[in-house]
Design a binder for this molecule. Sequence first.
Ligand code: HEM
Ligand SMILES: [Cu+2]
Length: 617
Amino acid sequence: MATLTQTPQTAPAPAARAYPVGHEPVHNYLREPRPADDVRGLARAWAWVKSWALSVDHKRIGIMYLVAVSVFFTVAGLLALGIRTELFFVNQYSDTGAVIGGNIMGPDTYNRVFTMHGLIMVFLFIIPSIPATMGNFLLPIMVGAKDVAFPRLNLLSLYVYAAGASIALWSITTGGVDTGWTFYTPYSKETGTAVIAMALGAFVMGFSSILTGLNFIVTIHKMRAPGMTWNRMPLFLWSIYATSIVQILATPVIGITMVLLVMERVMGIGIFDPALGGDPVLFQHFFWFYSHPAVYIMILPAFGVISELMGTFSRQRVYGYRAVALSSVAIALLGFLVWGHHMFTSGQSPVSSVVFSLITFLIGIPSGIKIFNWVWTMYKGSVWLKTPMLYALTFLFLFTIGGVTGIMVGALAVDIHLHDTYFVVAHFHYVMMGGTVMAFLGGIHYWWPKMTGRLYNETLGKISALLVFLGFNMTFFIQFVMGSQGMPRRYYDYPDMPWLEPLHQASTIGSYVLGLGLLVVLVNGMLSLRKKTPRAPGNPWGGATLEWTHTTSPPDHHNFHHTPLVTHGPYDYEVLFQTSGDSQRGAPVPIVEVGGPQEMDQEIDDGTRQPDSAADM
Ligand code: HEM
Ligand SMILES: [Cu+2]
């Protein structure tokens, strides 16, 4: 054939090349750097491990976090199924009061199980979830940079997180913790369980959170590509920015609180123990002064993900860009002033309770601004119901319920009744799982082709979204009902309220449906990594932010071949793409040159260029 005899003279002229000479994409971050070809066997495996474990590439660090948080999510999820299974039946008691049926674990084990569930979900999964995985992977690309400002510090954050997580997990081997994830004194001072190890684990992980926040703030301030003004930053970056502020300002407080708790236990310094002149309620102030802002560390990144999804899948400029961006910052700041709403029943002065209740209501305003803008974006655009958008819609539905019930428990008089019941459990699951986890799942599906270079199966994706939606509501909506009827949280049995049994059973069945949905997500991800799965084009959804318009899937080791020049906003779809109806949506055509070789973008966007190395990835 002619190609066999082709000579260099017949190769395309340099002007027509996709990449300028010397800038061809030789690296795919998943494959490169990799061991030299002559390294074989165990040495090769070791070299491969090292190439990941010592990598300062923000993308590889993001993937390593993704693996870690997924493992912890699975572990904590299995513990949750344990909790739900225990509550399936009311226990039966013999005449002597011994439990003779209806339970799978005793009260002490139950206390440990829900505590470990909460601690792992909060500190090991949800706080790092979106910032550490998608934040790390995408933030440098979205600002048009090669990496974060301090790549080595970024790797250090990963190791500090791993060290903290190991200390926390080690505490399980020495009996676990039974205080609830809130570590309230005086019980946390008295209990014989492994509070010290767990507190130290949380302390260490805090440094990881602080260092990551610092890195992101500096990156956003100093490394934006030419033309990437503040008003052109994707909303995901605004939300990560706001999150980072909270991480830096609030995390030291939980750190010092954990240290004080340890000192109280070890040395009896008398700060929380009234017998020594301390005050147990002071602990609650310290704890919530961090942990209410921390709920914004959990939800703000989710807001960012949802903004990206709303824009891309409505093919519409996100309405009220500035309001959406600045409301994240407003929430971050207001979030520092409401911690006392967790303490309405603690005996704090009624005046403070009223003030905390009032400020709590104010948070509803910036949150509402976001919801309205997203809904308006969909209304003005035309919604494309792909899996990520299904999760975004689920988010919108569930987070709204979570937010409104937040206002309900934020109302002083109502909360006196609902405090420490399943109503609160339902509320925070609607915001944390219905909000953050749905955004996490939506984001993972949206950026999966970018991260892995592979397309997941859309049908399986939709099935998973449906199961998760149904399972979630079945599990948790019922808990609002049970809570308002007085079912207390953190109880392993409900002998005085046998009429709740059918509701508990429905909730438990719901949790299995939810678990099944999440299993489908996992299976779908695994299947997509098989060799025969189709390769993802550079921009399968027609996104307009830099990770879609200017990088391959998966991105090159250095992200870009040229620093991009940004001449448009992140959602200027009409400037960037000509689309002619729905059928064209998957294959947008860029019409302006925004820096970097035009041909490169063209090839990436129409999917004709495949990552050179994907075949043997
Ligand atoms: C946006 C994300 C949110 C997250 C992640 C979140 C998370 C949580 C968590 C984990 C708890 C339970 C604390 C515990 O274990 O005792 C809780 C309780 C509470 N939340 Fe939220 N929340 C969010 C939003 C809101 C909003 C928007 C409001 C009000 C405007 C609110 C008001 C409350 C109140 C008053 C309580 C205490 C209820 C009680 O213990 O009696 N939350 N939230
Ligand atoms: Cu709060």
